[in-house]
Design a protein around this ligand. Sequence first.
Ligand SMILES: [Zn+2]
Length: 467
Amino acid sequence: MPTYLDIAAVRIQRYLARTPTLRGRRAASAALVEMRSVAADALVDSASARRNEEAGEIDGVISLTVDPPGKVDEVASVVLRALRSRLPGAEFHAISGTGEDYVTAYAREMRPGIVAGRGRADLPTAAEFPLAAPCRVCGVDPAVDSVDLGDDGVREVCADCAERHTRQALAESRTAERRLARRLNLDAAPRGFEDLAAMGARQTRIAVIHADGNRVGRFFLDLAALPADRLPERQTVVRRLSEATFDALAAATMAIRDAGARTLPVIPHVLGGDDVLASVPADRAWRFVRVLLREFGERMNRLVKSLGLAGEITAPTMTAAVLFARHDESFATIVASAEDALTRGKRAGAGRAAWVCFHDLTTEGRRDEGRVVSLAALQTGQTHLDALARAPRSLRENLAAALADGGAGAARAHSHRLGVTASLPFLPPAPPDPAPDGEPPADAEPTGPDDRRVDLDTALRIARWWR
Ligand SMILES: [Zn+2]
């Protein structure tokens, strides 16, 4: 049985967020992609490690097979040493497992090992000069070098920033952004968030989407539990999951492109396995996330069906966080909020169903928790949301005020007074007239969450960026 070794950059989103410029983040994305060739170069003389062909392309992950298994630690050391010099500020984790195939080893040994805190962590070396001035680019580590940043002049920078800025062109051809542009035959995305925001109708706002598959570990465990003769294609499953994510991203990108436009309307930052971090103009976010989640779910269903397992194994779905922000908002703030929102979205869907947690940093503030809505509710409520989004903004603001002051009854009265119908589908049915004996009518406010229904408060927040 083969032994597999995965070496992954962990807390990738935070690693990307440490550089304030999009240019620096693109270089960091490229460095994560380049991990594969760094590992290949480091292992060129090794007779015991091979690329794991079952794993597919995942940003920030190196997957190997090791033979004999006793060489795992040695191989991990060689790779980690090479990675450390290429990405000095990143955090890595190595985990190994043995199984008939990668899905089995991953589901039974590697993923549980990661959850239980086993494996080998490799942290950035502690600063040797704790009193040195901080890096002038990221501010995280001490400055140890100076580099020419072009427009920004010569700056004192830390080891990680120095590496990224001197080598940034090398791996860019394999970043998710380039792969996406090539697949769709489009030009690269705008150079900065300001230009990305300008592609939308409200020209200074972007949305950052952080999406992640639900119950993927459970899915792999279910597959691993099947006898080998039931699933001859098991070795292709992990790779096909990554491909489904990429295909869903491509479909979502095409769905938000203006007819005839040549520029990629999406900046993907990370694309790995079932994990997507990408930015779009704010008013494209809802369409983008709806198509992304729908396409991922459909592709997973098709995969399960093609394996002859429909009705037997549940296909993974995808949950997303959508963060609306000004184009110049700190990326570290956005990424931290997106992480929290993704957790809330997963909780709302019980880790099973496709949900979205969205949070508007421009109007709701950082402390707000955002709102959750299921993909099913967005799909069934689409025409009603279209109508609400078409209503004048002042009307929507007045409705929100009436709702905040007097609840659903006040919002309904306000709608009737103005002859507005767009709000009614999001309000609970009007309570019946009081019974003759004077008993007050039962409270018609909805109780408990409903995955098909969108309440008016949530609908008004969605309508702000719905297009
Ligand atoms: Zn730095």
